[in-house]
Design a protein. Sequence first.
Length: 162
Amino acid sequence: MAFYKKQHNKKFGVWYPSAITVGQPVPTKKVAQRLSAMCTVTYADVMAVLGELPGVMAELMAQGKSVRLEGLGTFRYTLSAKGVSNETDFDFQKQLRAVRVQFVPQREGLMTKGGTATRGLVPTGIEWLAYDPSLEASGGNGSEPGDSETGDGDGDGEDPLG
């Protein structure tokens, strides 16, 4: 089940639901354990592959390619840079602020005008519950003991629809 909390946007004077995460992120070891339990690959093999994946992806993206993982989505580099008004002042190294990785979840379904596409990482029928901080303190939400971090999912506190 997923959790939401009510957020108030003072600028527009409206309330809206905001997805939150509960507890700490799930570590690679737990993901590897679940994957190895679901297939014939051992935990050690899954850990080996997951351990090498970031380096392989970085190497491919450094070659100017995007990386598509079936069922997951596509990763590519994007740049944050300062613009200049004259082309003669263009200097990549001086203008570059940051290199980021953009992730676009895979879409499935109709991609034509008027069709409906769904994101591979967003299953249909997610059960959403209002977040109750007292449940986390008592361990009633299924989180790991000692997990206490929460976040609003998008980090900016703005109305995602407005």
